[in-house]
Write a protein that binds this ligand. Structure first.
Ligand code: NDP
Length: 236
């Protein structure tokens, strides 16, 4: 699969799943721009490794994100990967942290996707990284996180209707437990995460990137407004 002559914009590409997506699109010949918020060192290294352009832009700050997307010009493939995970008893969670997660996971996904769609050519793609927890939530402590990921489902269905007439697809990729800094395969929550999985193995960021490239390719032009779960059967 080649993406030469395609401009790809990845929101939140410095680490984990986002970095794997940057690597795979760059290897497939795309022109890749990615944003980051805190991990300047990792972003710089990834830019040198892949030839992608790294941009500091906080996805939770609406105008900053919109400006970064607008300044990139026409984008063929927009991937919204940035995400925060705030975990704990809803009665004691810090409300500001929950608000910040909603800013990054929901508001950023919406305003970034809408801005990207303005100049997006026909055949364009919007892909947001949700979570299989939007479909199945076997643990306590994740209500606010799941709220944000369920919101992406509604957004994708709605935007698919808005943008379908321009031949632009909008899809959600829903990973399950995936070995990254957010959810390490050797972390304290790993054993509990494996329990509901049919395949008792953490996924890799590269596996999620593979699905992303599939949905971004020409063969997926008829797929829109849909959720694509890659979770080893966690939500089955
Ligand atoms: P990581 O925490 O490993 O990486 C998160 C990435 O998002 C980093 O590159 C980070 O950049 C970026 N990011 C976070 N906040 C912002 C922000 N405000 N502005 C710009 N970039 C930002 O997470 P994962 O790779 O595991 O997760 C990626 C996505 O996949 C998330 O949306 C997550 O919810 C989802 N997901 C992950 C699962 C898992 O098990 N790992 C399971 C299901 C879904 P920086 O460090 O520079 O801020």
């Amino acid at each position: 699969m080649t993406f030469s002559n395609r401009k790809v914009f990845v929101v939140g590409g410095s680490r984990g799943i986002g970095a794997a997506i940057v690597r795979r699109f760059a290897a497939a010949g795309a022109t890749v721009i990615f944003t980051y918020a805190a991990s300047a060192g990792a972003a710089e290294q990834l830019a040198v490794e892949t030839g992608a352009q790294a941009l500091r832009a906080d996805a939770g700050a609406r105008n900053e994100l919109i400006a970064a997307v607008r300044d990139a010009g026409p984008i063929d493939i927009f991937v919204y990967n940035a995400g925060l995970l705030v975990f704990g008893d809803p009665l004691t969670l810090d409300a500001d942290e929950v608000d910040r997660m909603i800013d990054v996971n929901v508001r950023g996904a919406y305003f970034g996707s809408v801005e990207a769609s303005r100049l997006m050519p026909e055949g364009g793609r919007i892909l947001v990284i949700g979570s299989d927890t939007a479909d199945s939530m076997p643990f306590p402590g994740l209500a606010a996180y799941v709220l944000t990921k369920a919101a992406m489902q509604g957004m994708a269905r709605g935007l698919a209707r808005d943008l379908g007439p321009r031949d632009i697809t909008v899809n959600v990729i829903q990973p399950g437990p995936t070995d990254t800094d957010m959810n390490p395969a050797d972390g304290p929550r790993a054993a509990g995460m494996l329990e509901p999985m049919a395949i008792k193995r953490y996924g890799t960021a590269d596996e999620v990137a593979s699905l992303t490239l599939y949905l971004a390719g020409t063969q997926a032009r008829g797929i829109t407004g849909a959720m694509h779960t890659i979770d080893g059967g966690f939500a089955a």
